[in-house]
Design a protein around this ligand. Structure first.
Ligand SMILES: [Zn+2]
Length: 108
């Protein structure tokens, strides 16, 4: 998972509205937000006065055809996704400059 560099890795300075939804619902909502078809464990949208984040609930995720990695959402994975999305709330650009690639909870 791409973790934020220290510049963006701190508690949010604007209110964060967090939505925890099923894996399927996350795909639907995040694809609407971004207009892309891509498997995601979460996404975020920053407004001038607040930030909204969407996180997949903890649990088993059916492995999609052609994806050779573990997409289980454990507590640790969800926490890492939250940290990632909050960094976007703090202004981390969407192309993830300075990202630190970390394997979280058996993730490959
Ligand atoms: Zn990101």
């Amino acid at each position: 998972m791409l973790m934020p560099p220290p510049d963006y890795d701190y508690p949010p300075v604007i209110p964060v509205i967090e939505h925890v939804l099923s894996w399927e619902e996350i795909q639907r909502r995040c694809n609407i937000v971004f207009g892309t078809q891509q498997l995601r464990r979460g996404c975020s949208l920053r407004w001038p006065d607040r930030c909204e984040i969407w996180l997949s609930q903890v649990g088993f995720v059916p492995k999609p055809v052609g994806i050779n990695r573990d997409l289980r959402i454990t507590e640790k994975v969800q926490a890492a996704v939250r940290r990632h999305e909050i960094a976007h709330c703090n202004g981390w650009p969407s192309d993830h400059p300075g990202a630190i690639n970390k394997h979280v909870d058996g993730e490959r």
